[in-house]
Design a protein around this ligand. Structure first.
Ligand code: BES
Ligand code: MN
Ligand code: ZN
Length: 495
C-alpha cells in the first residue's frame, strides 16, 4: 500500500474516489463544502434530497462527478455536528473503507482528517485513516485458490493543509507501522494449525530478524529449556509431536543501560485442551491460541519500523496442547523453572504453564516492566465479552499507563482485581498450587497463578481471549492488542 499526504486543493487531486464528511444537520464539512462549489452544488443537492441523513457511518457514493479531478466522491455521515468521540471517528472511517471495497477503487483521497475529534490532534486523525483502511483491505487468501480480494486499494492519500502536513506525516508513519504490525499478527493468527506450528512461528521470527537489522532473534530448543528447568512449559509440549520453541526477539533502540520492556505472548498454535479435551464445536478457533505470540511479533516489527528509542524484549513460548499418550494427565505434578510445584488439575489450563516459566525466564533481562498477552481464559469472554481485553497486574502505574494507551489507540482494556483473597482458590493438597481455581472468577484466578511468578518485577497481564479474533460469519483475527501496545511504547518513548 502506498500512502501520502496531499496539501493541494481537493478538486485538483486525482484519484478514484475522494472521501468527505457530512453532518446529521445537513452541514457539510469544510472539504465537502469546497467540493460542492467545484461541482456546481452537487453535494448540497444530494444532501437536500435526503439521499444521506448524515448519521454516523452512513455512506453514499457519487459517480461521474464533473468539475473535479477525482472520478467519484464518497459522502460519509459523521453524526452530530460537534467534535466526534475517537470511537465515532473510527466508526466513520471504517464505514468509508468498507464501502470502498470495489474492484474499480484503487486510489482514494481521504479528507476526513479535518473532522474535529475530542482531544485528538492531526497526527492521530491521520494515523487512524491508515489503520482503518489497511485493516479493512486485509483478507486471508493464503489457502484459497482464488487470490483476488474484495479490496483492490493500492494508494491512500490523506488531505491535510500545509500547516498540518508535518503532523499528518508523523501520523502516517505511525499508522503504517501499526497497520503493518496488525497485518502480520492477523496473517500468522489466521493461518491454520497445520501450517502455523511452533517451528513456523520461530521461522517467521527469524525472518523478521533478517528484515530488520535492529531485531536480534534467537530460539531456545527443548533441550535448552530442559537444562533451564522449564518443567511446566515442557510438560505441555510433551503432549504433541511438534517441539516447543521459546522465541526471543531483542530490540535495542535505547541506551545500553536502559532496562528493557519485556513483552511475553502466549503462543499455543493449537489448543485441543489435552487430556481434558475441549468439546468439538468451535474447536477450530483454538488455532488462535497463539494470538498473544503473534502480537509480540507484530509489535516488535512496528517498534523496529518506528526506530523507537527503547529497549524491548519479546518472548514467545510456543507449543501445541494435544492429548498424546505422553501428555499431562490430571493430577500430574510439575516443577516449574522457579522451583514452585504445580498440580495439573485441568490440562486445558496450559497457557499459564507456558507463561509461568517464561515469566521466570524474563527475570534475567532485569526488566523495567513485563507485560504478557494471552488468550488465557474463556471466562474473560463471559466477564467482558469481545469489547475490551482484560487487564490485571501488580503495579497501578503500569496498569494506568496501559489503560490510557488503550483509550488513545481505540483498543481498550478493562481492569479486574487481583486481590489476595482469590489466591486461596489455587490451593492444592499435593503441590505448591493447582493450575486451576474452580469455576468462579476464572480470569482472575488465572492471573493470580501468573502473579506468583511475577513477584520480582512490575507486571501486567492482558487477557485477550475475547478480543484477539472475531467469531461467526466474520471469523478472523483482529490484530489486537498491537495498536494498544504500540501506543504504550510511543508514550514511553516520549516521556
Ligand atoms: N485457550 C484457552 C482459553 C480460551 C477459551 C480462549 C475459549 C478463548 C476462547 C485456555 O487455554 C483454556 O482452555 N482455558 C480454560 C481454563 C480452565 C480449564 C480453568 C478455559 O477457559 O476453559
Ligand atoms: Mn486450554
Ligand atoms: Zn489455551
Amino acid at each position: 500500500m502506498d500512502y501520502s499526504i496531499e496539501s493541494a486543493p481537493l478538486e485538483k487531486l486525482q484519484s478514484d474516489c475522494i472521501i468527505v464528511g457530512v453532518y446529521q444537520d445537513q452541514q457539510l464539512s469544510a472539504s465537502a463544502t469546497s467540493l460542492n462549489s467545484s461541482s456546481q452544488g452537487l453535494i448540497a443537492k444530494i444532501v437536500s434530497r435526503g439521499d444521506i441523513s448524515g448519521k454516523n457511518g452512513e455512506t453514499v457514493l457519487i459517480n461521474a462527478v464533473s468539475g473535479i479531478a477525482s472520478d467519484r466522491i464518497l459522502l460519509v455521515g459523521l453524526g452530530e455536528n460537534k467534535p466526534l468521540s475517537g470511537k465515532d471517528y473510527k466508526k466513520a472511517l471504517q464505514a468509508a473503507a468498507n464501502s470502498l471495497k470495489k474492484p474499480y477503487i484503487k486510489s482514494v483521497v481521504s479528507a476526513l482528517s479535518e473532522t474535529p475529534v475530542e482531544n485528538r490532534d492531526w497526527s492521530w486523525k491521520a494515523r487512524q485513516v491508515v489503520e482503518a483502511f489497511h485493516d479493512v483491505a486485509y483478507q486471508f487468501t493464503t489457502c484459497k485458490s482464488d487470490k483476488t480480494t474484495d479490496s483492490m486499494l493500492e494508494k491512500i492519500s490523506i488531505a491535510a493543509p500545509e500547516t498540518q502536513a508535518a503532523a499528518a506525516q508523523t501520523g502516517l508513519a505511525q499508522g503504517r507501522a501499526i497497520a503493518e504490525g496488525v497485518a502480520l499478527t492477523k496473517l500468522l493468527a489466521d493461518l491454520p494449525g497445520n501450517i502455523c506450528t511452533p517451528s513456523y512461528i520461530a521461522e517467521q521470527a527469524l525472518e523478521l530478524g533478517k528484515k530488520h537489522s535492529s531485531l536480534a532473534v534467537s530460539i531456545l530448543e527443548e533441550a535448552e529449556m530442559e537444562a533451564l528447568g522449564m518443567g511446566a512449559l515442557l510438560s505441555v509440549s510433551r503432549g504433541s509431536r511438534q517441539p516447543a520453541k521459546l522465541i526471543t526477539i531483542n530490540y535495542q533502540g535505547g541506551a545500553k543501560d536502559s532496562k528493557p520492556i519485556v513483552l511475553i505472548g502466549k503462543g499455543l498454535t493449537f489448543d485441543a485442551g489435552g487430556i481434558s479435551l475441549k468439546p468439538a464445536p468451535g474447536m477450530d478457533e483454538m488455532k488462535y491460541d497463539m494470538c498473544g505470540g503473534a502480537s509480540v511479533l507484530g509489535t516488535l516489527q512496528a517498534a523496529a519500523q518506528l526506530q523507537l528509542p527503547l529497549n524491548i524484549i519479546g518472548l514467545v513460548p510456543s507449543s501445541e496442547n494435544l492429548p498424546d499418550g505422553d501428555a499431562n494427565k490430571p493430577g500430574d505434578i510439575l516443577t516449574s523453572m522457579s522451583g514452585l510445584t504445580i498440580e495439573v488439575l485441568n490440562t486445558d489450563a496450559e497457557g499459564r504453564l507456558l507463561l509461568c516459566d517464561t515469566l521466570t525466564y524474563a527475570e534475567r533481562f532485569d526488566p523495567e516492566v513485563v507485560i504478557d498477552l494471552a488468550t488465557l481464559t474463556g471466562a474473560c469472554l463471559v466477564a467482558l465479552g469481545r469489547v475490551p481485553s482484560g487487564l490485571l497486574g501488580n503495579d497501578d502505574a503500569l496498569c494506568n499507563d496501559l489503560l490510557a494507551a488503550g483509550d488513545v489507540a481505540n483498543d481498550t482494556l478493562w481492569r479486574l482485581p487481583l486481590w489476595e483473597e482469590y489466591q486461596e482458590q489455587l490451593k492444592s493438597n499435593f503441590a505448591d498450587m493447582g493450575n486451576v481455581g474452580g469455576k468462579d472468577a476464572g480470569t482472575i484466578t488465572a492471573a493470580c497463578f501468573l502473579a506468583r511468578f511475577a513477584e520480582k518485577f512490575r507486571w501486567a497481564h492482558l487477557d485477550i481471549a475475547g478480543t484477539a479474533w472475531r467469531t461467526g460469519q466474520n471469523k478472523g483475527a483482529t490484530g489486537r492488542p498491537v495498536p494498544l501496545l504500540v501506543q504504550y511504547l510511543l508514550n514511553r518513548a516520549q516521556g
